[in-house]
Design a protein around this ligand. Structure first.
Ligand SMILES: *Cc1c(COP(=O)(O)O)cnc(C)c1O
Length: 412
């Protein structure tokens, strides 16, 4: 199958602007006769290798929530990754890949006494924190553990900011880690998360500045940490915004800012500093696709009198495409390659929830006019947060089955 070449024309349908689809994904998509989410394990491995090629000194702790599929986790674990987990259940799943608990950390600042004790029982010894209350609980239920303190970031520039709920100011981080030391814990590190699908270099620059400031303040108190955790937030490359325009995040520039920032922090630190990253979406988003099908293409007049096409699909916000409130996915209608035959439409999922839709009158999605009920549709760059955000039977709709595929040896 030859992938359509990207072109500059503004009026071309979205599917024609596609990046090339990988051979394992296109083969499985073409062969699938029922809905499913498909992961290309070879693509994920290449993505992991590419990231380590760009940032050779980092330890990757894959944010498990971005793709909690055993086969995907095992393939990352086999390549040397560990896991950023948010609950004892995620830890248990990470341990099933065969990695030791030394390659797993408890990255959630929100945890009960019971969660902490359970993590300790599973052998996990490194915990994220951002408050004195949490540190005190860790000291009680996971004595002598290593803790790293999460610093707040603005979340600006990201599609999902992750601010407000997590992290503390530099002076509070010093207090939290001093409390940890006094309670018999090891004040081991600092962390940030710049927000998911972070689109700007400035956000990283600011986070690195905050880390440098805090590192210096800690050294002034005689607290010497051994690592900095740069969190997640690295972008996927294949998304479009709500209006169907490719997002095109400046990945190369972001990586350059990271390299420079790590050098700066190393030079500042009183002792050797290791770097951890917790990529989630960056490793899996572009290597997963959803095979869905058309329920129906309709045309009807809205309350304001406007005449609109609606394309109803078998998948939407509650079964595989949770993130359509912030972005759109490229779609391929394999039975309808004719570019001239398309209409502007609003795309919606199958549920009785009106949030389960994207596109609007001003920014419709272009879809082939001749699609009929049952036609397959391929939804691309849908590998991140697809299965973890699927509801269990909302409106009777079952979660999509998950299939993992590989490229033929030597194909790439
Ligand atoms: C979700 C999460 C990540 C992964 O974020 P991405 O934007 O998918 O890379 C990393 N670290 C923590 C603590 C998270 O909660």
């Amino acid at each position: 199958m030859s992938a359509p070449k990207p072109r500059e024309r503004r009026d071309q349908p979205q599917w024609a602007r596609s990046r090339p689809l990988s051979e394992p994904l296109s083969t499985e998509l073409a062969a699938a006769d029922t809905d499913r989410v498909i992961y290309d394990l070879t693509g994920i491995e290449h993505q992991y290798d590419a990231l380590l090629g760009e940032l050779p000194d980092i330890r990757v702790r894959f944010a498990l929530k971005a793709c909690p599929e055993d086969e995907v986790l095992r393939c990352l674990a086999d390549r040397g990754a560990g896991f950023d987990t948010a609950s004892p259940a995620e830890m248990a799943q990470a341990l099933r890949t065969g990695v030791g608990p030394d390659r797993i950390h408890y990255g959630n600042t929100v945890k009960s006494d019971h969660d902490i004790a359970e993590a300790h029982r599973l052998g996990v010894r490194t915990f994220a924190t951002d408050s004195v209350e949490d540190v005190t609980a860790i000291a009680t239920h996971a004595p002598r553990a290593r803790v790293f303190c999460r610093l707040a970031t603005s979340g600006e520039g990201a599609l999902w900011g992750l601010n407000r709920k997590f992290g503390c100011a530099p002076e509070d981080a010093v207090r939290v880690l001093a409390t940890a030391r006094a309670a018999g814990l090891t004040p081991a590190g600092l962390s940030v998360h710049v927000g998911s699908q972070q689109m700007t270099c400035e956000a990283w620059q600011q986070a690195l500045d905050t880390l440098a400031e805090t590192l210096t303040a800690l050294a002034g108190r005689g607290i010497v940490i051994d690592h900095v955790n740069l969190g997640g937030g690295l972008p996927a490359l294949g998304y479009q915004d709500r209006h169907g325009t490719p997002l095109d995040p400046p990945l190369d520039k972001i990586l350059a800012v990271l390299r420079e920032g790590m050098d700066r922090l190393r030079a500042l630190a009183p002792a050797p500093l290791a770097f951890v990253m917790e990529p989630g979406r960056h490793l899996v988003a572009d290597h997963g696709a959803v095979r869905a099908h058309v329920s129906r293409l309709t045309r009807r007049r809205g309350p304001d009198g406007s005449d609109t096409h609606w394309l109803y699909l078998s998948c939407g916000k509650f079964n595989g495409l949770y993130e359509i409130d912030q972005l759109t996915h490229r779609m391929v209608f394999p039975g309808h390659p004719d570019e001239h035959d398309h209409v502007p439409a609003i795309v919606a999922g199958p549920t009785c929830d009106s949030d389960d839709a994207y596109g609007d009158g001003r920014h419709p999605v272009r879809v082939p006019a001749s699609v009929t009920s049952g036609d397959p549709v391929w939804i691309l760059s849908a590998g991140a947060y697809a299965t973890s955000y699927m509801t269990q039977g909302f409106n009777g709709i079952r979660p999509l089955p998950c299939v993992c595929v590989r490229g033929q040896e030597g194909h790439h």
